[in-house]
Write a protein that binds this ligand. Structure first.
Ligand code: PAF
Length: 281
């Protein structure tokens, strides 16, 4: 597995692969990889001739009071996981390689970024769209792979690719969960044992939401109210949001019909965790 730290190295290698007629896959990550990332990497390797994974904790998608400095990092462990998945090249740039000191060009999206995580993380999606655009320009993949756990990010990236005519296929991959239901996340490492137990309230509430819809609930407010009530039974939980939105536009709905995303962000202690499910009704 090649480890590249500069944009030039990646470009030269990808150029060579393209000359040889290979298709290219990209798996963008912020490292501290878990089975969720491994599932993206394996999917990419199975669908593309050559696959690049990026490991870069992107500073511009963190707000001033967020966990940029604390964000967990373990690059050698990440490399072991990526090599096991059959990744051909890891791109691990420094922040200086990605952002010149006078960097001042951003990709900003309206509408889809105003709800859900966009409400409490106002600059987050601008940072995500900017870094993902840069990675797309550097790696020029045929396909790029993103997890459905970050459902709003996936919708935003799909829209950006359409709006800016990137000509890249975006492949969404299912949420990977721990045996007890907790969605895998690099941030789970922040949880102490009591919080780890309390964090199960997210997946339990996903299951509650799904079962209420299966039983016929079609009123979005009634659904999210019942889900919020359930979350509040957990003393360590503090709700950021629980919302039902249109699966494409990310705008709130009152009736559950068509493609719907039900998403939540919940603080367990100081750790903000997200979970979601999608339904088509
Ligand atoms: O999902 C993530 O880990 C990040 O938001 C991404 C897509 C790698 C951009 O930094």
């Amino acid at each position: 597995m090649i480890i590249a730290s500069t944009i030039e190295e990646v470009r030269a290698q990808v150029c060579q692969w393209k000359k040889e007629g290979f298709t290219i896959g990209l798996v963008p990550t912020m490292g501290y990889l878990h089975e969720g990332h491994a599932s993206l990497a394996k999917k990419a390797v199975s669908l593309c001739d050559k696959t690049v994974a990026s490991v870069f904790v992107n500073p511009i998608q963190f707000g001033p009071t967020e966990d940029l400095d604390a964000y967990p990092r373990d690059f050698s462990h990440d490399c072991n996981i990526l090599a096991d998945c059959g990744i051909d090249m890891v791109f691990h740039p420094t922040p200086e390689e990605m952002y010149a000191s006078d960097f001042c060009t951003y990709v900003d999206m309206e509408h889809l970024t105003t709800q859900l995580c966009g409400k409490s993380r106002p600059i987050h999606f601008r940072g995500v769209c900017t870094v993902v655009s840069k990675l797309f320009h550097i790696v020029t993949p045929d396909k790029a792979f993103f997890g459905e756990k970050d459902a709003q990010q996936l919708a935003v990236v799909r829209r950006m690719v359409r709006d800016l005519s990137f000509g890249i296929e975006i492949v969404g991959c299912p949420i990977v969960r721990e045996a007890d239901g907790l969605a895998k996340s690099s941030r789970n490492t922040y949880l102490n044992s009591e919080e780890r137990q309390a964090a199960l309230i997210l997946s339990k509430t996903v299951n509650l939401g799904k079962s209420l819809i299966e039983k016929g609930q079609r009123d979005a407010n009634a659904l999210t109210a019942a889900m919020k009530e359930n979350i509040l039974t957990e003393p360590l939980a503090r709700i950021d949001y629980v919302d039902a939105v249109d699966g494409v536009t990310m705008q709130p709905v009152s009736q559950l019909k068509g493609q719907i995303l039900v998403a939540m962000a919940v603080y367990i202690g100081k750790t903000r965790l997200i979970d979601n499910f999608s339904v088509t009704l």
